[in-house]
Design a binder for this molecule. Structure first.
Ligand SMILES: Cc1cc2nc3c(=O)[nH]c(=O)nc-3n(C[C@H](O)[C@H](O)[C@H](O)COP(=O)(O)OP(=O)(O)OC[C@H]3O[C@@H](n4cnc5c(N)ncnc54)[C@H](O)[C@@H]3O)c2cc1C
Length: 387
């Protein structure tokens, strides 16, 4: 395995600095991902779960929309919250039943349209779309415009209905580390960036050439397109993530906290160390604020705005929060706009023993990266067996 970086993990890495665990951009594992359930050992990862629901900042206050069965204490508040109407709650419940009633494969055969158009045609109110779906989908796809395929929404909703959201106790970077344990260490070569591809011969940036029986591409979509010499026009979702430390968190339950106001840079605020205490040293809390895209301003200016927004949300105590670290990610994922690839129909063999299991030919997310990798392994094995 040739890896350009000095370590494995790609976009799923955790930096351990002074006892804090900084995921490279806030991210989570949806525990219902079928491929993750099959290929990962959740017990070994010591998965820590977020509470089932979200906290939404809207109309200058917080509103919790939680799973009514597991968090009954929030039912009354949710019914009368300023996020959508009672009819919206019923429609959301109906949609949750619908996405669960068919197989995951069938969800990717549904008529495809933009999320925005789907929500309007389903009858959701403006308030529900603006205050709930928009920040929710921005959190998932980092696209504030709801310009992604409705199939992605249906997939993510199904995952939320079927399981919790969590992180490994020692950070998201434990996921690729666990996968790498299935390969002997000497078969992983880091600092080996592939410059070009000719048949099944790769040329590294240092000029070294390596010829294999097959080549499997597992690079980010723009890089896969470059190596294959294909035109590339997908839009990359980008994010900035600011990490703060404080002694005491300003909330009691660490629900994923979303910005449902129609303004502001922040999309979500996340209390990772309340969920997974090893994310921060004893006596401290690690909090992240995620800004999708990156605004056209110097980072210090953006951070100043983020801090002002945090103060509006959580009060003066944020003055004492220390900004520890920030990440700017120029390609978090390719925006899954329609027409999108059906991840179940995709085959990785491109011909001549070249295989593509990257997000260029499937959907973005850990579920699809794992599934595509597994499929490619099967295809390579079968094709090499018969050749
Ligand atoms: C901030 C952020 C938040 C996210 N949130 C979530 C989330 O909550 N849930 C979710 O499911 N998904 C999330 N994702 C998406 C998820 O991380 C990706 O879908 C997944 O990591 C893709 O895995 P991959 O192995 O295909 O690509 P990558 O993880 O990008 O791995 C590709 C590897 O290829 C290497 N490489 C690149 N070019 C070359 C070259 N020329 N030669 C050799 N090696 C090369 C890279 O160094 C890298 O290690 C998020 C991503 C980011 C960045």
């Amino acid at each position: 395995m040739l890896e350009a970086d000095q370590t494995i993990g790609g976009r799923v890495q955790t930096d351990l600095v002074d006892g804090y665990r900084f995921d490279r951009g806030f991210q989570v594992l949806q525990l219902a991902y079928p491929a993750a359930k099959k290929l990962l050992d959740y017990d070994m990862l010591e998965i820590k779960k977020f509470p089932p629901g979200v906290r939404i900042r809207a109309a200058n206050s917080f509103h919790v929309l939680a799973d009514p069965l597991r968090k009954p204490a929030y039912i009354t508040k949710a019914l009368f919250s300023k996020v959508g109407t009672f009819a919206d709650r019923l429609k959301l419940a109906r949609l949750a039943v619908e996405v669960n009633a068919v197989s995951l494969e069938k969800l990717f055969e549904k008529d495809e349209m933009l999320v925005q158009d789907f929500l309007v045609s389903y009858g959701f109110s403006d308030s529900m779309i603006t205050r709930f779906f928009k920040p929710f989908m921005t959190g998932v796809c980092l696209d504030p415009g709801l310009q992604v395929t409705n199939r992605f929404l249906l997939f993510v909703l199904r995952m939320f209905v079927q399981g919790d959201v969590g992180v490994p106790a020692l950070g998201m970077g434990e996921i690729p580390k666990q996968l790498a344990k299935t390969i002997t260490a000497e078969r992983i070569v880091c600092n080996a960036a592939v410059e070009s591809l000719e048949g099944t011969t790769v040329t590294l940036e240092n000029g070294q050439q390596i010829t294999g029986e097959a080549v499997v591409l597992a690079t980010p979509a723009p890089e896969t397109a470059r190596l294959l010499g294909k035109p590339y026009s997908m839009k990359s979702s980008r994010e900035m993530c600011f990490y703060y430390s404080t002694r005491e968190a300003p909330i009691k339950e660490p629900f994923l906290t979303l910005n449902g106001e129609e303004n502001g840079l922040i999309n979500s605020v996340n209390f990772s160390s309340m969920v997974a205490p090893d994310y921060a040293p004893a006596g401290s809390q690690l909090i992240s604020a995620v800004v999708p895209g990156y605004p056209d301003a110097p980072e210090t200016e953006i951070e100043k705005t983020v801090r002002n927004e945090l103060k509006e949300w959580f009060g003066n105590q944020t003055d004492t929060w220390e900004m520890l670290r920030s990440y700017t990610i120029s390609h978090a994922l390719p925006q899954p706009a329609p027409p999108s690839s059906n991840p179940f129909m995709q085959r990785s063999h491109l011909g001549n023993n070249i295989f593509d299991c990257s997000e260029l030919s499937t959907m973005p997310a850990i579920q699809w990266a794992l599934l595509a990798g597994e499929r490619a392994a099967e295809e390579v094995t079968n094709i090499l067996k018969t050749s």
